[in-house]
Design a protein around this ligand. Structure first.
Ligand SMILES: [Zn+2]
Length: 511
């Protein structure tokens, strides 16, 4: 009886709430990319219906995937609130990223100006540029909504409708579907703030190529001032990477649609600089480079890394990431996994899939060892992860030692399982257990992984991730028939490995 009533109520009430939410309560935003002045964009929105005497309006201090305060509110100026008669309503700026809007229930419009966070990739600004926005009136805009759109502290988890006024020749490349209302107007919907911020967009005259990898639709969108027909060439490289990632991930890519938004600024220097940020269904990759020959290497490193993030943190993450606080986030202790395991997969996949030679792989291990030497080798990775905002001096070590931790964990798992299980299998198991909508508790992860694997793995985590013991690289590489000379930093193949070493190496890297 009880169950029956509950069931009945659930059926009747739930759709009503749903209808009320989608039809009435939403943020309606307008962004004008056409009438810019000084590369500043005009933004306005109608607050959702509410009964609040006042409301705190927030623009993020930082966003998921970055562990440094970026204060996106710093780009917002001239915020004005008006009622339906057009009369000004009092507002006050509380700090860099928040404003108090008085008499909120009677406010019908709030407008402000937003400046781009960067103009050129050569500009030295604090932090990365991939989570920020840039606007160039007649050529290109890279938009991360966290720098343009905000929310009220007390009005969260409702949809966003964003109307964008733009140059008639511009096309919106994004994981979200942009509907063209007329030649100068696009409209896009997001189910909530998190999804909007998770879906950047590249606006420019299109240079796009679509790929189909298994069941996944992949958009490759490209912008460079000089090279205006280049996406096809990049798409070929990306297709090769993704097909190998698909095989590496057991035959399917865990996403239906994915967009690569790639912006290249030409420089007159040798080499290149890459900056990327991962999202659930897209990535922004920014490259500053002397010529286009660098691209295949750059895509293999940056685009591949960002795509691998669909495993973690996007499908395997803690509650701090699931319930992300854009103003005062608490950080998870598992950056060793989010960044370390992602970077490990990025260097492991090419050898496992036979895209590179064993010597090339040995070189990439050497690079990581060399990189790790610039950091403190005795710190607990869980500790610096929780304090990543304060420990920016150590943060980049998650890409160096973090990747090598992944390598050691992989070898250890292969050893314990007689070659049958490695980190590839572990990550797939974790993804199955959790997935995008289900989080783990920070304190439980090591025990959960131990339950899925071997008791010895708990010791591994205790010593090398929670504790500050240096990772046993020499010992572990030797198990797989590789020699690491600690004096010179060289990694080489042992000339006559025994059958045990050979078997482990075969299982680990297919060599
Ligand atoms: Zn990353």
């Amino acid at each position: 009886m009880n169950t029956l009533i509950k069931l009945f109520l659930a059926i009747v009430i739930f759709p009503n709430i749903l209808i009320a939410q989608t039809s009435k309560k939403k943020y309606e935003y307008n962004i004008d990319l056409l009438h810019m002045s000084n590369d500043e964009v005009r933004v306005s929105f109608a607050p959702p219906k509410n009964n609040l005497k006042q409301g705190k309006f927030i623009i993020p201090k930082l966003v998921p995937g970055f562990y440094e305060a970026m204060d996106f509110g710093q780009y917002v100026s001239n915020l004005v609130a008006t009622d339906k008669k057009g009369k000004k309503v009092a507002t006050e700026r509380l700090d860099k990223n928040s404003w108090m809007i008085h008499d909120l229930k009677n406010v019908s419009s709030i407008s402000y100006k937003v400046a781009g966070g960067w103009n050129s990739l050569k500009q030295k600004t604090q932090g990365a540029k991939s989570p920020g926005s840039m606007f160039k009136k007649d050529s290109v805009s890279v938009i991360n909504y966290n720098s343009l759109v905000g929310y009220f502290e007390k009005i969260k988890d409702i949809p966003y409708q964003v109307t964008i006024t733009k140059n008639k020749d511009f096309y919106a490349s994004s994981a979200l579907d942009y509907q063209q209302k007329d030649k100068n107007t696009d409209v896009v919907w997001a189910k909530d703030y998190r999804q909007l911020v998770d879906s950047p967009v590249l606006y420019c005259v299109p240079d796009t190529t679509w790929l189909k990898i298994g069941k996944t639709e992949v958009l490759v969108s490209f912008y460079n001032k000089k090279e205006r027909h280049y996406s096809k060439k990049i798409a070929q490289e990306i297709e090769n990477i993704l097909k190998n990632q698909e095989a590496y991930l057991g035959g399917t890519l865990p996403v239906n649609k994915y967009a690569f938004l790639i912006y290249v600024e030409s420089s007159n220097q040798r080499g290149y600089m890459g900056d990327g940020l991962e999202h659930s269904q897209s990535t922004v990759c920014l490259y500053y480079a002397g010529n286009m020959n660098f691209l295949s290497d750059a895509l293999r490193r940056v685009a591949s890394h960002e795509f691998f993030h669909i495993i973690t943190p996007l499908n395997i993450h803690s509650e701090q990431i699931q319930h992300y606080d854009f103003l005062n986030p608490t950080l998870s202790e598992h950056l060793w996994m989010y960044e370390g395991m992602t970077e490990y997969a990025t260097i492991h996949m090419p050898i496992k899939q036979k895209m590179i030679s064993l010597e090339d792989f040995e070189k990439s291990i050497e690079e990581k060892i060399q990189g790790m030497k610039e950091f403190d080798n005795k710190l607990s990775f869980t500790e610096i992860s929780k304090n990543a905002m304060e420990r920016q001096d150590q943060y980049m070590n998650f890409y160096q030692k973090g990747a090598l931790l992944g390598l050691c964990l992989d070898i250890r798992l292969r050893e314990l399982s007689g070659g049958k299980m490695g980190t590839q299998d572990l990550m797939l198991m974790l993804m199955k257990k959790y997935g995008a909508g289900k989080y783990f508790k920070d304190d439980d992860l090591f025990d959960e992984i131990t339950k899925m694997t071997y008791p010895e793995i708990r010791t591994f985590f205790r010593d090398f991730v929670e504790g500050g013991q240096p990772i046993p690289l020499k010992e572990y590489l030797e198990k797989a028939g590789l020699n690491y000379d600690e004096a010179t930093g060289k990694v080489t193949t042992i000339p006559h490995p025994d059958p045990k070493q050979l078997a482990l190496r075969k299982a680990w890297i297919n060599q």
